[in-house]
Design a protein around this ligand. Structure first.
Ligand SMILES: *[C@@H]1O[C@H](CO)[C@@H](O)[C@H](O)[C@H]1NC(C)=O
Ligand SMILES: *[C@@H]1O[C@H](CO)[C@@H](O)[C@H](O)[C@H]1NC(C)=O
Ligand SMILES: *[C@@H]1O[C@H](CO)[C@@H](O)[C@H](O)[C@H]1NC(C)=O
Ligand SMILES: *[C@@H]1O[C@H](CO)[C@@H](O)[C@H](O)[C@H]1NC(C)=O
Length: 228
């Protein structure tokens, strides 16, 4: 079986673990199994194309559940701190499909924030890039090519999470004009880290919003007053 080739219009996004308060779900230390990326539904897609990107993924032959992402893309405007990233995570309910708003987060100052939140992913993208020195804020308009970025990158938070199936919708919009400039959906599962028991020891999942804000240290990012 050949690897599935995914073709999406969207930014390269981190398949990120997020917390949600859902009473009754089993939680514990976990690992993320990335599933696939897809385009957002038509009504959520940006009106203007500020970038084009082709993304492909293949399974890592040596590590279970790890995918290697490659992408070629052209950026037509700078990807800088004039944008806000919004995440909305839907949880899969056995009863009735996807339930939106299990978790929501808004992160202003996109470029600096992504670099600060996902340093390991950022380094991997730079390392896999044709011109690593160009992977820095602001990302200037031009052509970018990135190969074999593995999805087992480290995320510092949260330590525990609910187990289940998730659908994250990430949108990027201009912080001032609110124009939506990118939208992509990522599907992923969270399973116990051990891979054995149903549960594993761990603290109750902490509030993801607080973790994000603490990690960003908003004192560095709130000069435009987006999050107070
Ligand atoms: C990107 O471009 C290179 C060279 O043109 C090609 O070999 C590679 O398959 C492309 N990757 C994607 C994800 O389109
Ligand atoms: C994406 O792939 C299409 C078809 O292979 C190609 O025409 C286009 O130039 C590619 N875009 C980028 C940014 O590499
Ligand atoms: C926002 O965009 C303007 C105009 O392109 C640019 O001069 C400025 O540096 C950008 N601000 C940030 C914080 O990226
Ligand atoms: C944020 O950073 C400042 C200086 O860099 C530091 O004094 C402060 O304790 C930090 N706040 C948090 C919540 O980490």
């Amino acid at each position: 079986m050949g690897p599935p080739w995914l073709r999406v219009l969207g930014v390269m996004v981190a398949v990120t673990a997020v917390a949600c308060q859902q009473f009754g779900k089993i939680y514990g230390t976990f690992r993320v199994i990335p599933k696939h990326l897809e385009e957002c539904p038509p009504e959520m897609r940006p009106a203007r194309k500020l970038y084009t990107v082709n993304v492909s993924a293949m399974r890592d032959r040596s590590k279970a559940d790890v995918w290697l992402y490659s992408a070629n893309g052209t950026l037509h405007v700078p990807a800088d701190d004039n944008y806000t990233v919004s995440g909305n995570v839907a949880s899969w309910s056995q009863m009735g499909g996807w339930k939106d708003n299990a978790y929501m987060v808004e992160i202003p100052k996109m470029c600096s924030a992504m670099k600060a939140l996902f340093p390991d992913l950022w380094r991997r993208v730079a390392a896999g890039s044709l011109e690593p020195e160009r992977i820095d804020c602001p990302l200037m308009p031009g052509f970018y090519s990135v190969s074999n970025v593995a999805t087992d990158f480290n995320i510092d938070f949260p330590p525990t999470f609910f187990y289940g199936k998730w659908r994250g919708t990430l949108t990027v919009s201009n912080t001032v004009s609110k124009e939506r400039t990118a939208c992509v959906r990522a599907f992923f599962d969270t399973v116990p880290k051990t891979g054995k028991g149903k549960d594993s020891p761990g603290k109750k999942p902490s509030d993801f919003t607080k973790l994000v804000l603490a990690k960003l240290n908003m004192s560095k990012f709130n000069s435009q007053g987006q999050i107070q």
